[in-house]
Design a protein around this ligand. Structure first.
Ligand code: C2E
Ligand code: CA
Ligand code: CA
Ligand code: CA
Length: 278
């Protein structure tokens, strides 16, 4: 089916094109990164779309590698999941997020922190007790912690994982179904699992001002979320027009480059101060 020009006429003399992607990190490097304090978080502000107030931030993992510079999750989360390092990595992310939240609290900022949680973590033995201990140590207000799970994460609707999610909700944590609309079992997951927040995937949100189908889907998700009594979060808001449409549609919370990019802790504080003075 390939067009003729793309066919390689003589494989014995074929030279592979130069790859521009850097060499993938190794398991050893990632393991060292976790113990050597190379993992840090970026915080992307989330606002109440109806009154404009900052309600919190999503914590996004970053890896400061001494040789390669800053690496983004797309280049190491899969490696973490395949190697089992996802568990220590997730614990590190949670710890950093709780520390930052406690620091905000110390400066009288009561902010929600949203943390990305992989399915393997939910299923890990002893997770609930360890989570309880960690949040206790950091005096965390559990109601201000939101755990984001993706629908592709493979959490079965019934059984052990569901039991853990219910227990986390009982502790007071918020549970968000992330990237809603992109997986094939979204509605089943929403129906069966104890989510109280719904995150509309940015593949819809970032097109609502250009594509009437993306708009129709987004409006339907907002309406579905509201009838189920969920907090609806729109991620990936990139323009003023998208922002205005979501406000008009009654969407609860918004996040995206139009509001702010993911920021280091210092930049987040500066952004907050600037925002309160303008
Ligand atoms: P996600 O959970 O959907 O996170 C949102 C991603 O969209 C982030 O990319 C964020 O920087 C980006 N983003 C935010 N606003 C905009 C926008 O207006 N336009 C565009 N084009 N992009 C926007 P990032 O930080 O590279 O993270 C990518 C994915 O990696 C995340 O997708 C999440 O699935 C995963 N991830 C991030 N942090 C963690 C973590 O701590 N643990 C785990 N397990 N996964 C993580
Ligand atoms: Ca997320
Ligand atoms: Ca998402
Ligand atoms: Ca997404």
């Amino acid at each position: 089916f390939l067009p003729k020009s793309k066919l390689i006429s003589d494989l014995s003399t074929y030279i592979e094109p130069l790859k521009h992607t850097p060499k993938a990190p190794t398991e050893q490097e990632l393991s060292k990164a976790i113990t050597d304090d190379q993992i840090f978080l970026a915080f992307q502000p989330q606002i109440d779309l109806q009154n404009g107030r900052v309600i919190g931030a999503e914590a996004l993992v970053r890896w400061h590698n001494p040789e390669r510079g800053v690496l983004y999750p797309d280049s190491f989360i899969r490696l973490a999941e395949q190697s089992g390092l996802i568990l220590p990595l997730t614990w590190r992310v949670i710890e950093l997020a709780l520390k930052q939240q406690a620091q905000w609290q110390a400066q009288q900022w009561e902010l929600n922190v949203a943390i990305n949680i992989p399915a393997a973590f939910i299923k890990a033995e002893g997770m609930l007790d360890a989570f309880n201990l960690l949040t206790h140590q950091h005096h965390s207000a559990l109601g201000n912690i939101s755990l984001e799970l993706t629908e592709t994460a493979g959490v079965e609707c019934l059984g052990y994982a569901c039991h853990i999610l219910k227990a986390l909700r009982q502790l007071g944590c918020q549970l968000a179904l992330d990237d809603f609309g992109t997986g094939y079992s979204s509605l089943t997951q929403l129906y069966r699992l104890p989510f109280n927040e719904l995150k509309i995937d940015r593949s819809f949100v970032s097109r609502i001002d250009q594509d009437k189908d993306a708009l129709a889907i987004t409006l339907a998700i907002i309406s579905l979320g509201k009838s189920l009594g969920l907090t609806v979060i729109a991620e990936g808001i990139e323009t003023a027009a998208q922002h205005a449409m979501l406000v008009g549609a009654g969407c609860t919370v918004g996040q995206g480059y139009f509001i702010a990019r993911p920021l280091t802790a210092g930049a987040f504080n500066a952004w907050m101060c600037e925002r309160s003075h303008s």
